[in-house]
Design a protein around this ligand. Structure first.
Ligand code: S3P
Length: 169
């Protein structure tokens, strides 16, 4: 069976939804950000500060390639994975690509409490969120499906993801 690959901007719910979908379908859950940290042995914020974003993107591409060969997994990705075509090609080969979205204000609210996302550790995060969303829109549009999570509970989104996955088969 194919993988369910969750794409989408930071704060759209990929981790929470991925875990819930995996539980409900009794599939294994994998988180690319976690796998990167396991391999690098340091947190993502340190990978960015010590080695820069390009190095992080290289690690991300390597892990994306590896997990794309698996089957039957629910895979949560990092928000920027869509930026490299090779990642999209690899992930698409082994899975259904479902992009979670949310309004910028909702993303701000969800991400403000945490401080592990280097790209949002700026003076005006809402401005950055809007800029990045605008830049990335054509990349996220390459997913097979898109789901707005702004006004839904984790349970509701999980049900919708499962329905899309079944529809895709
Ligand atoms: C990033 C998103 C993060 C993480 C890194 C870069 C991005 O993952 O991969 O901080 O470029 O959007 P989440 O989307 O899980 O927060």
């Amino acid at each position: 069976m194919k993988n369910i690959v969750l794409l989408g901007f930071m704060g759209t719910g990929k981790t929470a939804i991925g875990k819930r979908v995996a539980e409900k379908l009794e599939m294994e859950y994998l988180d690319i950000d976690n796998l990167i940290e396991l391999e690098a042995k340091i947190p993502i914020s340190e990978i960015f500060s010590l080695f820069g974003e390009e190095h992080f993107r290289d690690l991300e591409s390597k892990i994306a390639k590896t997990v794309s060969k698996y089957e039957n997994k629910v895979i949560a990705t990092g928000g920027g994975i869509v930026l490299r075509k090779e990642n999209m090609d690899n992930l698409r080969q082994g899975g259904v690509l479902i992009c979670l979205t949310a309004r910028p204000e909702v993303i701000l609210e969800r991400t403000q409490k945490e401080h592990h996302r280097p790209l949002l550790e700026v003076d005006y995060p809402l401005v950055t969120i809007k800029e990045l969303l605008a830049y990335r829109a054509p990349f996220y549009a390459q997913a097979d499906y898109s789901l707005d999570t702004s006004d839904l509970t984790i349970e509701q989104v999980a049900e919708k993801v499962i329905a899309l996955f079944k529809e895709s088969k």
